[in-house]
Design a protein around this ligand. Sequence first.
Ligand SMILES: [Cu+2]
Length: 255
Amino acid sequence: MSELETAKRLAWWKRADAKKAVVLWAIFTLVIGYVASTIQTRVMGSAASENMSSTINMIKIFTWAASPVAGLVAALTITTLLGKRHFGDNPPPEAEHEIRNSPKVAATWVVVSTLLCLFAVIYGMVLVQKDENNLRSANSLNIDVTGQQWAWSFNYVDNGGAQSADLYLPVDKHVVFHVTSTDVMHSFWIVQMGIKVDANPGYITETATTPNKIGVYDLRCAELCGLYHAYMQKQVHVVSQADYDAWVQSQGGKA
Ligand SMILES: [Cu+2]
């Protein structure tokens, strides 16, 4: 009896290559889940708003939901490559493609994929609704944001039209940004506050957040908009309400 025939008599989970694949699956799932969720969330810096905290949460949950799938693909690839069982164009009968012919495997795959997709869609819709509600908050500070090649400008409409090139925000105050562009498409992105919206010429788009930590954060353009797109970045200064009022007055606005 050939080695392959002996192997086929055992239940699949008792076979050496299946055991190897399961162990690799567990290892890859843990490594991919940990590395992907940690790196993605760390490079953006710590959260400076509730939006960002929930975005980081979502990234972690989605990454951990996807890592068993990525881990399985990686484990099967490595096991197959190391198995060195290539039969060429004329495989012996016992080398049938068991996975492809197995209704059980196919059914499991369809059910798992469907559940994962439903989870992503429902979770996403709940978050979109939350963002939508976040736009309509009483007592917000309104700021007009204009993108152009390759700079941002801010008009503090509630503060007597004070203007600036860097963004200043009072801490713990709900802010609604009304965003547009004078030339091409840009995208207004405050990295550590987890908000991003396209800036389109001729339209006003809106996004909102409540900065909850005093500090200096990054504003970037997130839409490739020409030669100096990469330099279209500014600082966001989150300061106390008193400092904000003083700053607005120094710009000729009214607090
Ligand atoms: Cu841009």
